[in-house]
Design a protein around this ligand. Structure first.
Ligand SMILES: [Fe+2]
Ligand SMILES: [Fe+2]
Length: 274
């Protein structure tokens, strides 16, 4: 089973740019690239920061656009989103407690989409209600599960980024830890950079967004760091006994060298026999 993971699309008023890049155009490029190479994916999940400032018009354009995507699409909200406005446009995404949460069964297992949005902050929240919801969902089904969320469930150890991390991440890890054997992978966004690790023993990955890119600068203690690294989305290949996750840099503009280019041939001859 294959799934496409996109994050931090940051849709905005048409014509506006973020970091010198056009998020609406880059979302289109990402969709075109992903569907050309991975149109056989079973699911596309976009893990938040759907709109740059939670504008209703962004959600309306997103809804119209994903209606044309030929595979199922599921959405999480991020700190740049506005939950109330999102739910006005996507009322079907509301759970029984008013959060943007839900489940979808795929051939690989049950996917859970989590809401880490918190009001008036860029940091994430995972309150007692959401913890209870996740605990109940993980308890009621044998799994395997795949979790999707916006905020990072593990600290990055980049000081400015960790100021806006999931503030209840220890609670989150405690809930996941109770069911860790049933949870195969956690996909998240928010950090705009590739990250890999584990959450209470569950493998966890993130990726660069489809528009603006971060970069890890550990010396910077105050402000978030941005870069001109290529726009990206992810694809995950899920088999019964492995999960492979790629970050696909569709925005890369440089050459792609293949076997046969002069220096590659030399490297082959001197170091690698086959
Ligand atoms: Fe973002
Ligand atoms: Fe974010």
């Amino acid at each position: 089973m294959k799934l496409i993971h996109m994050s931090d699309i940051h849709l905005t008023t048409p014509g506006h740019t973020i970091g010198g890049r056009d998020p609406n155009a880059n979302f289109e490029r990402a969709l075109a690239h992903a569907l050309a190479d991975h149109g056989d994916a079973e699911l596309l999940v976009i893990t938040g920061d759907l709109s740059d400032w939670g504008d209703r018009a962004d959600y309306e354009r997103l809804k119209a656009r994903i209606a044309d995507v030929p595979i199922p699409v599921r959405l999480c909200i991020g700190n740049h989103d506005d939950r109330a406005r999102f739910l006005e446009v996507f009322p079907e995404a509301r759970d029984e407690n008013g959060f943007v949460q839900g489940a979808l069964d795929t051939r690989a297992g049950r996917c859970l989409f989590l809401d880490t949005w918190a009001p008036n902050t860029h940091a994430g929240g995972f309150c007692a209600k959401r913890a209870a919801w996740l605990d109940a969902r993980l308890a009621e089904h044998p799994g395997p599960f795949f979790l999707f969320m916006h905020h990072n469930p593990i600290p990055t150890h980049l000081v400015p980024m960790d100021k806006i991390r999931l503030l209840d991440d220890a609670t989150f890890r405690e809930v996941v830890g109770r069911h860790a054997r049933k949870v195969r992978h956690i996909f998240f966004g928010h950090c705009h950079m590739p990250l890999a690790g584990s959450t209470a023993g569950v493998p966890t990955t993130s990726l660069r967004g489809t528009n603006h890119a971060s970069i890890a600068v550990f010396a910077e203690k105050d402000l978030l760091s941005a870069s001109d690294l290529p726009e990206a989305y992810g694809v995950a290949f899920i088999a019964p006994d492995y999960v492979t996750v790629h970050m696909i840099e569709f925005g890369y503009q440089g050459p792609v060298r293949v076997e046969g280019s002069p220096d590659y041939a030399l490297w082959n001859r001197e170091t690698m026999r086959r």
